[in-house]
Write a protein that binds this ligand. Structure first.
Ligand SMILES: [Zn+2]
Ligand SMILES: [Zn+2]
Length: 271
Protein backbone atom coordinates (compact mmCIF):
# COMPACT_ATOMS: atom_id res chain seq x y z
CA UNK A 1 0.00 0.00 0.00
CA UNK A 2 2.83 2.31 1.01
CA UNK A 3 4.56 1.53 -2.33
CA UNK A 4 1.45 2.45 -4.37
CA UNK A 5 0.99 5.68 -2.40
CA UNK A 6 4.61 6.65 -3.02
CA UNK A 7 4.32 5.68 -6.70
CA UNK A 8 1.10 7.73 -7.05
CA UNK A 9 2.74 10.76 -5.38
CA UNK A 10 5.75 10.38 -7.66
CA UNK A 11 3.47 10.27 -10.72
CA UNK A 12 1.60 13.40 -9.57
CA UNK A 13 4.90 15.23 -9.03
CA UNK A 14 6.11 14.20 -12.52
CA UNK A 15 2.83 15.35 -14.11
CA UNK A 16 2.99 18.70 -12.27
CA UNK A 17 6.63 19.09 -13.32
CA UNK A 18 5.84 18.30 -16.98
CA UNK A 19 2.76 20.54 -17.07
CA UNK A 20 4.93 23.41 -15.75
CA UNK A 21 7.90 22.69 -17.97
CA UNK A 22 6.18 22.29 -21.36
CA UNK A 23 4.60 25.82 -21.40
CA UNK A 24 7.96 27.30 -20.32
CA UNK A 25 9.80 25.46 -23.12
CA UNK A 26 7.06 26.52 -25.58
CA UNK A 27 7.43 30.20 -24.54
CA UNK A 28 11.22 30.04 -24.73
CA UNK A 29 11.07 28.41 -28.18
CA UNK A 30 8.49 30.94 -29.50
CA UNK A 31 10.78 33.74 -28.24
CA UNK A 32 13.78 32.29 -30.14
CA UNK A 33 11.78 31.85 -33.37
CA UNK A 34 10.43 35.43 -33.15
CA UNK A 35 13.84 36.98 -32.62
CA UNK A 36 16.23 35.06 -34.90
CA UNK A 37 16.38 34.08 -38.56
CA UNK A 38 15.60 30.41 -39.47
CA UNK A 39 19.13 30.01 -40.89
CA UNK A 40 20.75 31.24 -37.67
CA UNK A 41 18.51 28.98 -35.53
CA UNK A 42 19.30 25.92 -37.69
CA UNK A 43 23.07 26.56 -37.74
CA UNK A 44 23.62 27.53 -34.08
CA UNK A 45 21.26 24.83 -32.74
CA UNK A 46 22.89 22.09 -34.83
CA UNK A 47 26.38 23.19 -33.71
CA UNK A 48 25.31 23.18 -30.04
CA UNK A 49 23.91 19.65 -30.44
CA UNK A 50 27.21 18.50 -32.04
CA UNK A 51 29.19 19.94 -29.12
CA UNK A 52 26.85 18.50 -26.47
CA UNK A 53 26.27 15.02 -27.93
CA UNK A 54 29.49 14.35 -29.85
CA UNK A 55 32.43 16.32 -28.46
CA UNK A 56 31.55 16.24 -24.75
CA UNK A 57 30.75 12.46 -24.58
CA UNK A 58 33.80 11.67 -26.78
CA UNK A 59 36.12 13.58 -24.43
CA UNK A 60 34.34 12.06 -21.40
CA UNK A 61 34.99 8.50 -22.68
CA UNK A 62 38.65 9.42 -23.29
CA UNK A 63 38.99 10.84 -19.76
CA UNK A 64 37.57 7.67 -18.14
CA UNK A 65 41.01 6.09 -18.60
CA UNK A 66 42.59 8.88 -16.56
CA UNK A 67 39.84 9.55 -13.96
CA UNK A 68 38.79 5.96 -13.13
CA UNK A 69 41.42 3.62 -14.66
CA UNK A 70 40.28 0.43 -12.89
CA UNK A 71 36.62 0.97 -13.91
CA UNK A 72 37.77 1.84 -17.43
CA UNK A 73 39.91 -1.32 -17.81
CA UNK A 74 37.09 -3.50 -16.49
CA UNK A 75 34.76 -2.27 -19.26
CA UNK A 76 37.17 -2.09 -22.24
CA UNK A 77 36.16 -4.51 -25.01
CA UNK A 78 39.67 -4.99 -26.45
CA UNK A 79 42.93 -5.54 -24.50
CA UNK A 80 45.30 -2.73 -23.46
CA UNK A 81 47.91 -3.89 -26.04
CA UNK A 82 45.49 -2.95 -28.88
CA UNK A 83 44.54 0.52 -27.55
CA UNK A 84 45.71 3.60 -29.53
CA UNK A 85 48.81 5.55 -28.43
CA UNK A 86 48.74 9.20 -27.27
CA UNK A 87 50.07 10.33 -30.67
CA UNK A 88 47.29 8.44 -32.46
CA UNK A 89 44.69 10.03 -30.17
CA UNK A 90 46.17 13.52 -30.84
CA UNK A 91 46.06 12.86 -34.62
CA UNK A 92 42.46 11.64 -34.28
CA UNK A 93 41.55 14.87 -32.47
CA UNK A 94 43.04 16.99 -35.30
CA UNK A 95 41.30 15.04 -38.11
CA UNK A 96 37.92 15.09 -36.31
CA UNK A 97 38.25 18.85 -35.70
CA UNK A 98 38.96 19.34 -39.44
CA UNK A 99 35.87 17.27 -40.28
CA UNK A 100 33.76 19.32 -37.87
CA UNK A 101 34.98 22.54 -39.53
CA UNK A 102 34.29 21.06 -43.00
CA UNK A 103 30.73 20.03 -42.02
CA UNK A 104 30.00 23.43 -40.43
CA UNK A 105 31.39 25.44 -43.39
CA UNK A 106 29.35 23.31 -45.85
CA UNK A 107 26.26 23.74 -43.67
CA UNK A 108 26.76 27.54 -43.66
CA UNK A 109 27.29 27.57 -47.46
CA UNK A 110 24.09 25.55 -48.07
CA UNK A 111 22.10 27.85 -45.76
CA UNK A 112 23.44 30.91 -47.55
CA UNK A 113 22.52 29.46 -50.99
CA UNK A 114 19.03 28.58 -49.68
CA UNK A 115 18.63 32.07 -48.24
CA UNK A 116 19.54 33.69 -51.58
CA UNK A 117 17.03 31.40 -53.31
CA UNK A 118 14.39 32.77 -50.93
CA UNK A 119 13.90 29.69 -48.72
CA UNK A 120 14.47 29.61 -44.96
CA UNK A 121 15.59 26.39 -43.33
CA UNK A 122 15.82 22.79 -44.55
CA UNK A 123 13.63 21.84 -41.59
CA UNK A 124 10.32 23.22 -40.31
CA UNK A 125 10.96 26.17 -38.00
CA UNK A 126 7.74 27.51 -36.49
CA UNK A 127 6.74 29.00 -33.14
CA UNK A 128 4.74 25.95 -32.00
CA UNK A 129 6.37 22.76 -30.67
CA UNK A 130 5.95 19.50 -32.62
CA UNK A 131 3.34 17.20 -31.09
CA UNK A 132 4.32 13.92 -29.45
CA UNK A 133 2.87 11.60 -32.15
CA UNK A 134 4.69 13.56 -34.88
CA UNK A 135 8.01 13.35 -32.99
CA UNK A 136 7.70 9.56 -32.59
CA UNK A 137 6.66 9.08 -36.26
CA UNK A 138 9.51 11.24 -37.64
CA UNK A 139 12.19 9.76 -35.36
CA UNK A 140 11.19 6.15 -36.19
CA UNK A 141 11.05 6.93 -39.95
CA UNK A 142 14.40 8.76 -39.77
CA UNK A 143 16.00 5.83 -37.92
CA UNK A 144 14.88 3.43 -40.67
CA UNK A 145 15.94 5.77 -43.50
CA UNK A 146 19.31 6.37 -41.83
CA UNK A 147 19.82 2.60 -41.49
CA UNK A 148 19.23 2.18 -45.26
CA UNK A 149 21.47 5.12 -46.27
CA UNK A 150 24.26 4.23 -43.83
CA UNK A 151 24.23 0.46 -44.41
CA UNK A 152 24.50 0.67 -48.22
CA UNK A 153 26.94 3.61 -48.30
CA UNK A 154 29.09 1.75 -45.74
CA UNK A 155 29.01 -1.48 -47.76
CA UNK A 156 29.92 0.53 -50.86
CA UNK A 157 32.92 1.92 -48.96
CA UNK A 158 34.09 -1.67 -48.38
CA UNK A 159 34.46 -2.30 -52.14
CA UNK A 160 38.29 -2.61 -52.50
CA UNK A 161 38.61 0.43 -54.85
CA UNK A 162 36.78 2.74 -52.39
CA UNK A 163 38.11 1.03 -49.28
CA UNK A 164 41.76 1.74 -50.11
CA UNK A 165 41.10 5.35 -51.19
CA UNK A 166 38.50 6.42 -48.62
CA UNK A 167 37.31 4.06 -45.87
CA UNK A 168 40.69 2.60 -44.80
CA UNK A 169 41.31 5.77 -42.82
CA UNK A 170 38.28 5.14 -40.57
CA UNK A 171 39.44 1.54 -40.00
CA UNK A 172 42.87 2.66 -38.82
CA UNK A 173 41.51 2.36 -35.27
CA UNK A 174 41.07 -1.42 -34.99
CA UNK A 175 40.30 -0.78 -31.30
CA UNK A 176 38.21 2.41 -31.67
CA UNK A 177 37.67 5.31 -29.26
CA UNK A 178 34.61 7.59 -29.13
CA UNK A 179 36.32 10.39 -31.01
CA UNK A 180 37.22 7.99 -33.87
CA UNK A 181 33.53 7.91 -34.89
CA UNK A 182 34.36 10.87 -37.15
CA UNK A 183 37.99 9.93 -37.89
CA UNK A 184 37.27 9.65 -41.59
CA UNK A 185 38.15 10.83 -45.10
CA UNK A 186 36.22 14.08 -45.92
CA UNK A 187 34.14 12.25 -48.60
CA UNK A 188 33.10 9.64 -46.03
CA UNK A 189 32.37 12.37 -43.48
CA UNK A 190 29.91 14.04 -45.88
CA UNK A 191 28.31 11.07 -47.69
CA UNK A 192 28.32 8.29 -45.06
CA UNK A 193 28.28 10.25 -41.78
CA UNK A 194 26.51 13.62 -42.24
CA UNK A 195 24.00 13.00 -45.09
CA UNK A 196 22.37 9.77 -43.79
CA UNK A 197 21.53 11.65 -40.57
CA UNK A 198 20.54 15.08 -41.94
CA UNK A 199 18.68 13.97 -45.08
CA UNK A 200 15.81 11.84 -43.63
CA UNK A 201 14.33 14.64 -41.43
CA UNK A 202 14.65 17.04 -44.41
CA UNK A 203 12.76 14.64 -46.71
CA UNK A 204 10.09 14.21 -44.02
CA UNK A 205 9.97 18.01 -43.55
CA UNK A 206 10.40 17.46 -39.81
CA UNK A 207 10.26 20.17 -37.17
CA UNK A 208 13.82 21.34 -36.42
CA UNK A 209 13.41 20.26 -32.76
CA UNK A 210 12.62 16.71 -33.93
CA UNK A 211 15.74 16.81 -36.13
CA UNK A 212 17.85 17.91 -33.15
CA UNK A 213 16.39 15.12 -31.00
CA UNK A 214 17.24 12.56 -33.71
CA UNK A 215 20.70 14.08 -34.24
CA UNK A 216 21.41 13.99 -30.48
CA UNK A 217 20.54 10.28 -30.35
CA UNK A 218 22.59 9.43 -33.48
CA UNK A 219 25.68 11.36 -32.32
CA UNK A 220 25.61 9.93 -28.80
CA UNK A 221 25.03 6.47 -30.27
CA UNK A 222 27.94 6.68 -32.73
CA UNK A 223 30.32 7.97 -30.02
CA UNK A 224 29.22 5.13 -27.70
CA UNK A 225 29.57 2.34 -30.30
CA UNK A 226 33.08 3.61 -31.09
CA UNK A 227 34.00 4.18 -27.42
CA UNK A 228 35.60 0.74 -27.02
CA UNK A 229 33.56 0.17 -23.84
CA UNK A 230 30.96 -2.55 -23.33
CA UNK A 231 28.31 -0.03 -22.20
CA UNK A 232 24.88 -0.75 -23.70
CA UNK A 233 26.15 -4.32 -24.24
CA UNK A 234 25.93 -5.70 -27.77
CA UNK A 235 25.52 -2.23 -29.30
CA UNK A 236 29.15 -1.22 -28.72
CA UNK A 237 30.46 -4.76 -29.29
CA UNK A 238 28.83 -4.95 -32.75
CA UNK A 239 30.61 -1.95 -34.24
CA UNK A 240 33.78 -2.64 -32.27
CA UNK A 241 33.84 -6.04 -33.98
CA UNK A 242 33.33 -4.32 -37.36
CA UNK A 243 36.53 -2.35 -36.70
CA UNK A 244 38.34 -5.50 -35.59
CA UNK A 245 37.16 -7.94 -38.31
CA UNK A 246 36.00 -5.58 -41.13
CA UNK A 247 33.38 -7.70 -42.96
CA UNK A 248 30.37 -7.82 -40.64
CA UNK A 249 28.01 -5.45 -38.76
CA UNK A 250 27.89 -2.66 -41.36
CA UNK A 251 24.61 -1.09 -40.19
CA UNK A 252 23.50 1.05 -37.29
CA UNK A 253 20.38 -0.55 -35.79
CA UNK A 254 21.22 -4.06 -37.03
CA UNK A 255 18.09 -4.46 -39.21
CA UNK A 256 19.84 -4.67 -42.61
CA UNK A 257 22.68 -6.77 -41.17
CA UNK A 258 19.99 -9.24 -40.14
CA UNK A 259 18.32 -9.05 -43.62
CA UNK A 260 21.66 -9.59 -45.46
CA UNK A 261 23.12 -12.07 -42.98
CA UNK A 262 26.06 -9.81 -42.12
CA UNK A 263 25.26 -9.92 -38.37
CA UNK A 264 27.63 -12.73 -37.53
CA UNK A 265 28.67 -11.51 -34.08
CA UNK A 266 27.64 -14.65 -32.18
CA UNK A 267 29.25 -16.99 -34.71
CA UNK A 268 32.47 -14.98 -34.85
CA UNK A 269 32.71 -14.61 -31.07
CA UNK A 270 32.37 -18.34 -30.58
CA UNK A 271 34.86 -19.23 -33.35
ZN1 LIG B 1 33.32 2.97 -37.24
ZN1 LIG C 1 33.73 -0.11 -42.30
Amino acid sequence: MQFFRQHWNYQLTMEAWCSNLVPQVADFWAHIVSNHSPQKIEFVGTLLIQISFFWIPAVFYLLLDIIVPSFSHRHKIQPASKQPTRQEIARCFAVVAQNQILSSVLHLALLSVASRAGSGSSYRIEKSLPNFAEIIRDVVMSLLMREILFYYSHRLLHIPYLYVRIHKKHHRFTAPIGLAAQFAHPIEQIFANALPISLPPQLLHSHVLTFWLFLSYELFNTVTVHSGYDFFHNKAQMHDLHHEKFNLNYGSVGLLDWVHGTNKLEKRRSD
